[in-house]
Design a binder for this molecule. Structure first.
Ligand SMILES: Nc1ncnc2c1ncn2[C@@H]1O[C@H](COP(=O)(O)OP(=O)(O)O)[C@@H](O)[C@H]1O
Ligand SMILES: [Mg+2]
Length: 326
């Protein structure tokens, strides 16, 4: 029997926002009857995640990712639906549950701005009742791994965004949570920090068996880290399965890349969908038309090199989101 870390079923959250009518008369009218709008941020979200798995949670802005993660960490009550995380109902907020999960949000910080990271970590140590020696060992290991050991005593406000995010991660992992929710942990980071954090995330969950749900705008993160992805759009799950399957399912095209022996040859020869970049001609072709198009190319031009590629995942995902009607 599979041991599930997360079981979400029909999780739904709607937010009611009130609108203000303009002007004094509007304000008076608002006193009697306020107009409101309901946003269904999560709409019947269901998925199961086995213990130890790392899952990518994807979707455009406003799709409902953060809302879902907040429900799973007990920060928000759902309007309806159920969830079990490590056997707990998150929004009951039992203290044993709080010790077992961590939520890291790329756009929010938990560290104290006017203290060195070491002191924020010490505070977390006390809150979670971790022994000094355990905390010291974890901090040493993680800060070396993330390459910030020499920044432990620098005021957080003086750290770079990347360094801050690394300490956010260390603070979140200090109590060795069994499940980790990472909401855009690499957003806005410079390329080198992004790499470092990605490398860390490649090893840490696997090494420790920590179940991880990761949202990211960067497809490089997802491609490097996640075999399974869950795609959400306008509050509804659109896909749940292996990343590679997205390409099979949603991409009807492949890319042929041809290097003609004569770089000056007329692009029109390659047929519809051909673009040129330097000496290489790229042709976007329906999957079932690849063989016949290649044959046509070989018959009409002298070819120095030819390759057939899948459409990059990033592009496929963009396509998935742009095709679903808004
Ligand atoms: N506290 C809130 N009050 C009202 N609307 C909200 C609130 N939080 C989120 N929303 C709305 O819910 C939808 C989903 O938001 P969110 O879960 O943050 O999406 P994502 O993280 O995928 O970008 C958006 O339309 C957003 O504006
Ligand atoms: Mg979000």
């Amino acid at each position: 029997m599979t041991d599930f870390a997360v079981r979400a079923s029909g999780l739904t959250k709607s937010f009611r926002t009130y609108k203000k009518r303009p002007g004094f008369r509007g304000a008076l009218r608002d006193l009697w009857s306020r107009t409101h709008e309901d946003t269904v941020a999560a709409n019947g979200v269901s998925f199961d995640i086995p213990r130890g798995e790392l899952v990518g949670f994807l979707g455009p802005n406003g799709a409902g990712k953060t809302t879902t993660l907040k429900m799973l960490s007990g920060l928000l009550y759902p309007t309806s639906g159920h969830a079990e995380v490590l056997g707990y109902t998150p929004w009951k907020r039992q203290s044993e549950f709080k010790r077992k999960f961590a939520l890291v949000m790329g756009q929010k910080n938990q560290l104290w701005w006017d203290l060195p990271a070491a002191e924020s970590l010490e505070l977390n140590r006390v809150i979670y009742g971790i022994s000094k020696s355990d905390a010291a060992a974890t901090i040493r290991e993680l800060s070396e791994h993330l390459d910030v050991a020499h920044k432990l005593h620098v005021m957080v406000r003086e750290l770079s965004l990347g360094e801050r995010m690394k300490f956010e991660l260390i603070a979140a992992l200090l109590h060795r949570p069994e499940i980790l929710f990472l909401d855009e942990p690499t957003i806005g980071l410079d390329v080198i920090s992004q790499h470092k954090v990605r490398d860390f995330l490649k090893q840490y969950p696997r090494h420790t068996g920590t179940t991880t749900i990761l949202t990211s705008h960067y497809m490089q993160d997802i491609e490097a880290l996640c075999e399974r992805v869950i795609i959400i759009d306008r509050g509804r799950i659109q896909f749940d399965g292996p990343l590679r399957q997205i390409v099979d399912r949603f991409s009807s095209k492949k890319i042929i890349e041809v290097t003609p022996s004569d770089p000056a040859v007329d692009s029109a020869i390659f047929g519809e969908g051909a673009t040129r970049e330097g000496g290489i001609v790229r042709i976007s072709v329906a999957r079932d038309g690849v063989a016949s198009r290649c044959r046509h190319i070989f018959e009409s031009v002298e070819v120095a090199d030819i390759n057939v590629h899948e459409v990059p995942i990033e592009e496929v995902i963009r396509q998935v989101f742009s095709e679903t009607p808004r």
